[in-house]
Design a protein around this ligand. Structure first.
Ligand SMILES: Nc1ncnc2c1ncn2[C@@H]1O[C@H](COP(=O)(O)OP(=O)(O)O)[C@@H](O)[C@H]1O
Ligand SMILES: [Mg+2]
Length: 247
């Protein structure tokens, strides 16, 4: 059974339909790569899954928890989806006045109600996993972009989400910081973390994605294995996009 199933998702802003009936499925332990031009609706899709945007129509299922009509999702439904997913943003979204360790610890004490001392130990372990043990007492403004995003990844991973949602996690980084962040994401994928990654890092997605979804103007234009979509795209729009993206 899939971990996450999104069916018929629709979302409009100011009368313009941005998502026009999206179906996406994530299997257990799978990495789904989400590609498409700027404005295709990738961020909106990820934000709807986390209810950072209120979807207009569709059906969501997270393991055996189903929301039959997301337009009328109850508070408890939204809380369930937020509790079992974790978003990683392009712009990190760390608390500026908290250290790296405090940022990760707060995820556990706030949303998991884990006692502070225990939360700190777990947070410290996750910072070690992303190679930042030595930086745990640093504030975000003393960290490089790559280090900040690794803190954000630790903060998401520590919640053990059923699905992690990564929205262009390397787009805001200096080129020399991209590799270390991709390495951490690859590590999470190797540990079996299910995730959707919206990214323009085509070479990376070719390596790590089990399934690739190409979005265009609010619809899934083409999807398949990384090999199918990157090497043998069937649709002209996909071919155009990939030739511009220089895979
Ligand atoms: N809060 C919003 N209000 C109005 N329009 C929005 C909002 N968020 C996104 N959009 C529009 O939706 C379209 C898709 O945006 P987005 O989901 O960010 O695409 P992508 O992430 O693929 O670049 C764009 O045309 C964008 O301007
Ligand atoms: Mg986006």
């Amino acid at each position: 059974m899939s971990v996450l199933q999104i069916s018929g998702l629709r979302k409009q802003f100011d009368g313009t339909e941005i998502l026009r009936g999206i179906d996406v499925e994530v299997n257990e332990g799978e990495v789904v790569g989400l590609i498409g031009s700027s404005g295709a609706g990738k961020s909106t899709l990820l934000r709807c899954i986390d209810f950072l945007e209120q979807p207009d129509a569709g059906r969501f299922r997270l393991e055996d928890y189903e929301i039959a009509d997301v337009a009328s999702a109850a508070k408890a439904d939204i809380a369930h989806f937020r509790r079992h997913t974790a978003m990683v943003f392009q712009s990190f979204n760390l608390y500026k006045l908290k250290t790296a360790l405090e940022n990760v610890t707060l995820a556990l004490t706030d949303s998991r109600k884990i006692p502070a001392s225990q939360a700190r130990d777990i947070a410290s372990e996750f910072l070690a996993r992303v190679g930042l043990s030595e930086k745990q007492d640093s504030f975000p403004d003393k960290l490089s972009g790559g280090q900040r995003q690794r803190v954000a990844l630790a903060r998401a991973a520590v919640l053990k989400p059923k699905v992690m949602l990564l929205d262009e996690p390397t787009s805001a980084l200096d080129p020399e910081n991209v590799g270390e962040v991709l390495d951490v994401i690859r590590g999470l994928a190797d540990q079996g973390q299910s995730m959707i990654i919206a990214s323009h890092e085509m070479g990376f997605l070719r390596q790590v994605a089990d399934h690739v979804v190409f979005m265009d103007h609010g619809v899934v234009e083409e999807e398949g294995s990384a090999e199918q979509v990157f090497l043998h795209p069937g649709k002209e729009r996909t071919q155009q996009f990939l030739s511009r993206a220089r895979v």
